[in-house]
Design a protein around this ligand. Sequence first.
Ligand code: 0O2
Length: 212
Amino acid sequence: MDGMDWGKFLLPYKQAVEELKVKFKSLRSELKARDEYAPIEFVTGRVKRVSSILEKSRMLSVPMDRLETGIEDIAGIRIMCQFVDDIYRVAEMIRKRKDLTLVYEKDYITNYKESGYRSYHLIVEYPVQTSLGSKPVLAEIQIRTLAMNFWATIEHSLNYKYRDQLPAHVKERLRSAAEAAFSLDNEMSSIRQEIVDAQQDFEESSIIVRRV
Ligand code: 0O2
């Protein structure tokens, strides 16, 4: 129809998504096995649908022969975390990795989107080993809390259902729901901090008791 062999074009992206999913899931299980703190709760991934690629290429005026560099999220990985702090820990782990190169980052947590959307995005270049040799592909890694994911998942499906035509007052309610989700994130972090502090006080006082 559009002269593109989408099956062949998407192959390296599929491989990148499968490999990166395995790698980030393994990172979680490895940390758990070492009894270390694992900032990753769960990992998902997807290859962008052809209709979404075409829509985005039209919107950004990316010609069909420039899709590989013009559309950065054909391969998408999502990493869900329990706490906002975990997001920055995961981002740091990704920056240090030797199997991919960081291209740039977008902090939609500090600079949240007009919709209310919050997440941390890393655009990376990941070399896929194919039968024809190494092929670098761009991938977007979205890191978010469970609450940010809860909001984004529902907002995305409502927008999709209503074809991006949500009335202004509904958009406003969604923005305020995003704030509520973020308040919940902050409250959970604060509760965790209180528990950590109490544990530390307890450990310190038991050391003193033992010394005495
Ligand atoms: P899908 O279904 O995930 O493929 P920009 O021009 O920088 O504002 P750009 O270049 O599209 O936007 O990149 P950006 O901002 O990093 O966003 C890309 C992806 O982030 C989106 O992909 C969504 O997954 C997510 N995202 C961004 N904004 C929102 C939002 O307001 N609500 C929700 N639910 N998700 C958002 P796609 O292609 O939209 O969707």
